[in-house]
Design a binder for this molecule. Structure first.
Ligand SMILES: [Zn+2]
Length: 87
């Protein structure tokens, strides 16, 4: 989809960690570091092919959604705001 962008992972290692994420853990999606201030984190919607889905786009698991993941406040600066989910 043209609207989607690849997840801007901090490193190839973190990308590999997230290729088949077994569960939605608490570390930052982009750098795998602990998020020290969860209230300041943003959440993003990622596909199984490791792309970010714009916040206003619907995507089911059957269509390739891998779910929503937290991104720490520093890493969130690498993610355009249209991908930030509002809670
Ligand atoms: Zn991070």
């Amino acid at each position: 989809m043209a609207n989607r962008i690849p997840v801007p992972f901090a490193s190839e290692k973190v990308r590999r960690l997230n290729q088949n994420k077994p569960c939605h853990g608490e570390p930052c999606l982009l750098c795998d570091a602990e998020i020290k201030n969860p209230a300041a984190a943003v959440h993003v919607h990622m596909t199984t092919s490791l792309e970010l889905v714009p916040a206003d786009e619907e995507l089911t698991e059957e269509q390739g959604s891998q779910g929503c993941f937290p991104v720490g406040p520093e890493c969130a600066k690498k993610v355009p705001r249209r991908f930030w989910l509002k809670w």
